[in-house]
Every structure is written in structure tokens, then in C-alpha cells.
Design a protein around this ligand. Structure first.
Ligand code: ZN
Length: 318
């Protein structure tokens, strides 16, 4: 295998790992979400997201015969069940004409445009997908599973980062590679919780400042409230998706003491020891809850303005 081929396969494995985590969280927690998409169990990529010097070898390695191809399918998911495979190139997904999608070369604009167009389709209606496999046209019928509408993105980066912007969850490859045993999944579930609870718009409605100033002044109580809420909801998301929720306190037990002083431990976030205590208290509640799926009371409150009351949510470390 050439160097490029080894790199491409490594990329594919990492992207599929992230897509599988996203799939499990988004499909099993659909009843907790107010905006859905047709879950296809499909990881796509585009030729133009590759750097110019890699594009020719990416085209041949991934057998791109259109601008958009299947990078991977979630085992047992709707796309796999319909017979779609990695390296099938895409022509059309339902009414979405892939050739009509556009984006600046060297960016993920086209990828995002296709993902957003597909996400807006009805979440449970059968879709016809037209593809090209080894030069020959192929049409399959896919039966989507409703899933929370969210993109999950793996950022190739040599630092620990995880973020959510309201419609997308992004985690760095270093975090995913370092925190095995589902501990990285716990960090992803935390970020996903911010989106499910509409934290971005609710913080904006409070007029807070994002970025470096997030930990100062009157903003602090709102950020803390959203951080603790995201920790609490993450336990429900993990349990519903069949992950062990203990991965969440396990993540903080390792990450917390090593990264004191980073953004994860700034004043906008509670102390990691208190976060562990809060997570563990919520795990006990969820384990005693006979309902399926588990639904946090935070779901019913997600359209209310943030009141900044983080104290009543936080369980203190003793
Ligand atoms: Zn957070």
C-alpha cells in the first residue's frame, strides 16, 4: 500500500468511528430531539475536501466518479441494509441532486451542503439513492431511521478539543484516539447535549459573549448552568445509546487533573471534582429509572430562558 493509501484508510477508519458514535447517539435519542433528519447510517466525503496535492490519489483510491462518494456505512444501518457500500459514488439522494451541490475546493463546503440538504428531508420516508459502483449505475431504496438532526465532525488536530455550535458536534482526533473505552464518547455526548438543549440560542438570548470572555462577569452563571445541564443530559444520551454512562466520570477523572487551567477548567466551567459528583448522582437516578428511553426533565425546559441557577443543579464533591 502506498503512503497515501495508508493515510486514506486511517482517515476512513477514524471518520467511520466518529460517524458510528454520532449514529448511535442521534438515532437512539431521537425521541429527545425536536428537530429530526432521516438517519441513513452513511458517512460521505467529497473529492474537493482533499488538499490539491492529494486530490488525484484520493480520486483513484476512493473511486470517486462523481464529486461525492460514500466513505463508509454504519454496519447494520439503513444504507448498509439497502446494499450501499464504501466507495459507491453518489448521484442523487432522494430529491437532492449531488451534481448540483457546490463548494470551494480545499474546504468541506460541498460536504456540508449535501449533508444539510439531506437532513431537511422527511425523517421517516423511504428514499431512492442513485449511485455509481465500479462505473455502473446502481439504484437502491433506503428506509431511514429518524435521528436527531446533527452533524458529527472529526477534526484532525493534535490537541484536545470538543465543541458544539447548535447544529454540529466537533471533536479532535487526539481526544478520540486518547480517550478509549467510550470516554471520548462521553465528551461527544456532552457537546451533543448542548445542541439538544438549544444552549447556543439560549445563551445568545442572554446576550453573553463567547470565546475568551466567556468566563467573566455576568456571563458566568449562564455558562455554568449550560455546562452542568450538558453533563446531566449526557448521562441520558449515553444510557439510551447503550454506552456505559460511567464513561463520563471516568473521562473527568483522567482529564480534569491533567488540564487544570485549560478552557475546560476556566471559570465558566465547574470544578471537575464537582462535575464527577454531579455525573455520578445522575447515573444513580438514570439507573433507577424504568422508563425507556430515559428522558431528563431538562428536555421539557429547553425552550425556557436560562435563569442562571446553576447552584441547584451542581452536586458538590465531598
Ligand atoms: Zn460544554
Amino acid at each position: 500500500m502506498s503512503d497515501d493509501a495508508a493515510l486514506f484508510e486511517q482517515l476512513r477508519a477514524s471518520d467511520l468511528e466518529m460517524a458510528t458514535i454520532g449514529w448511535r447517539l442521534a438515532s437512539s435519542n431521537a425521541p429527545l430531539c425536536d428537530v429530526l433528519e432521516p438517519g441513513l447510517g452513511l458517512q460521505i466525503h467529497t473529492l474537493d475536501q482533499f488538499a490539491p496535492q492529494l486530490r488525484a490519489s484520493a480520486r483513484s483510491h476512493f473511486k470517486f466518479s462523481t464529486a461525492v462518494a460514500i466513505e463508509g456505512v454504519i454496519p447494520g444501518g439503513p444504507a448498509a441494509q439497502a446494499g450501499l457500500r464504501p466507495d459507491d459514488s453518489l448521484v442523487r439522494i432522494g430529491p437532492v441532486d449531488i451534481a448540483a451541490s457546490a463548494g470551494k475546493p480545499g474546504t468541506t463546503q460541498r460536504l456540508v451542503a449535501v449533508q444539510l440538504a439531506v437532513a431537511k428531508l422527511p425523517p421517516a420516508e423511504t428514499l431512492e439513492i442513485q449511485a455509481i459502483r465500479d462505473g455502473a449505475p446502481l439504484t437502491v431504496t433506503v428506509r431511514p431511521i429518524p435521528a436527531c438532526r446533527s452533524r458529527f465532525e472529526l477534526e484532525l488536530a493534535d490537541d484536545f478539543s470538543a465543541s458544539a455550535d447548535g447544529s454540529m458536534v466537533q471533536v479532535s482526533s487526539k481526544l478520540l484516539d486518547t480517550y478509549r473505552g467510550d470516554r471520548a464518547v462521553a465528551a461527544i455526548a456532552h457537546e451533543f447535549s448542548h445542541n439538544i438543549l438549544h444552549h447556543r440560542v439560549r445563551l445568545e438570548a442572554r446576550g453573553v459573549t463567547f470565546g475568551m470572555l466567556a468566563g467573566f462577569g455576568g456571563n458566568v452563571k449562564y455558562f455554568r448552568q449550560t455546562e452542568i445541564q450538558a453533563d446531566i443530559l449526557s448521562i441520558y444520551l449515553l444510557a439510551n445509546a447503550g454506552y456505559d454512562p460511567k464513561a463520563a466520570p471516568d473521562f473527568w477523572r483522567d482529564f480534569g487533573p491533567k488540564h487544570a487551567g485549560s478552557v475546560f477548567n476556566s471559570r465558566s466551567h465547574p470544578h471537575w471534582r464537582d462535575r464527577i459528583a454531579t455525573l455520578e448522582a445522575e447515573i444513580a437516578k438514570v439507573q433507577a429509572d424504568p422508563a425507556r428511553p430515559h428522558v431528563s426533565k431538562l428536555i421539557a425546559e429547553r425552550d425556557q430562558p436560562l435563569d442562571g441557577d446553576w447552584q441547584s443543579l451542581l452536586v458538590r464533591h465531598r
